[in-house]
Design a protein around this ligand. Structure first.
Ligand code: NAD
Length: 295
């Protein structure tokens, strides 16, 4: 049994910390929210009063925080110099590549191994322990982080050096955002051209237009497998989180002077969808905006 500090017990972190406790670890949990802390305690974690208290004597430190600035604040104030230097530091939050690389460099300079390990999969996968982790860091860091990540996920993949996990995550989600919009506009056009949508699905899912947004996450209710579209676009992957990832992708593209016209247009369309009230809906609900020609 290892001592694991877990900081950030929100929608995702709550289930992930519970799975580490279920896996037999002594999980010392901290969150600014008293409610989140209480829920973690009910799921087998020990609630502690500060991040610094959580990391003292830890074998591993796991963070699941909203954005780069939260990660920087927590690591700079409460992890570096407070956790033992042989603790493996694992940041599972989705943050910008630059902050991930900067925090990793600070960690190395102080003798720590740190990995960025953002996830694919939502709240249900966090609760079920079936997340996919994309890990950036050294071979040693990856090897030390892996047993903890395996208790929270079904797949743990080493993406490369520091920041590579975040880079893989935002590249994947940029492709997802753009391919979802392309899938939505295709179904809208197919309908206007008089095609039966299930018939079109049967054709395209076996033809060259086939893609995950169509075959596994079809934005049209009643077509393909069951998806958020069949539940009035409730649950799934929130539009606001898709937009967050597209913004991170655009920021990263600018930092390396990459030309990403489809990603950039996807960001514009998701920004518009959020302004029109898409918040709280699954990201595939953008098909409604496209069907209504809201431009
Ligand atoms: P959330 O807002 O539900 O949880 C974040 C938690 O961090 C909150 O409970 C908040 O109180 C806590 N927190 C913030 N600052 C803190 C601090 N200084 N000290 C301690 N606790 C602090 O967010 P979430 O949905 O759990 O997402 C977490 C991360 O996972 C984000 O980076 C998000 O982009 C990513 N992600 C989310 C999903 C999803 O479906 N929700 C999917 C994949 C990745």
């Amino acid at each position: 049994m290892a001592r694991v500090a877990f900081i950030g017990l929100g929608n995702m972190g709550g289930g992930m910390a519970a799975n580490l406790a279920k896996g037999g670890h002594d999980v010392r949990a901290f969150d600014l929210s008293a409610d989140a802390l209480e829920r973690a305690r009910e799921k087998g974690c020990s609630a502690v009063a500060s991040a610094a208290e959580a990391v003292a004597d830890a074998d591993a430190v796991v963070t699941m925080l909203p954005a780069g600035k939260h990660v920087r604040d927590v690591y700079d104030a409460s992890v570096f110099g407070k956790a033992p230097t042989d603790a493996i530091l694992i940041d599972c939050s989705t943050i910008d590549v630059t902050t991930a690389r900067e925090e990793s460099a600070k960690a190395r300079a102080q003798g720590y191994e740190m990995v960025d390990a953002p996830v694919s999969g939502g709240i249900a996968a966090a609760d079920a322990g079936t997340l996919t982790f994309m890990v950036g860091g050294s071979e040693d860091g990856f090897a030390k982080a892996r047993p903890y990540l395996e208790l929270m996920g079904k797949a743990v993949i080493h993406a490369g050096g520091p920041g590579a996990g975040q880079a893989a995550k935002i590249c994947n989600n940029m492709l997802l955002g753009a391919s979802m919009i392309a899938t939505c506009e295709t179904f809208v056009l197919a309908e206007k051209l008089g095609l039966d949508l299930q018939t079109f699905f049967n054709i395209s899912s076996q033809a060259s237009g086939q893609n995950w947004s169509m075959t596994s996450y079809c934005p049209v209710p009643g077509v393909g497998p069951e998806t958020p579209a069949d539940r009035n676009y409730e649950g799934g992957f929130a539009t606001a989180l898709m937009l967050k990832d597209l913004r991170l992708a655009m920021e990263a593209a600018e930092s390396v002077d990459a030309y990403t016209p489809m990603g950039s247009h996807a960001e514009e369309l998701y920004t518009r969808f959020l302004e029109l009230g898409g918040d709280g809906k699954d990201f595939s609900a953008i098909i409604r905006m496209i069907a209504e020609k809201a431009d």
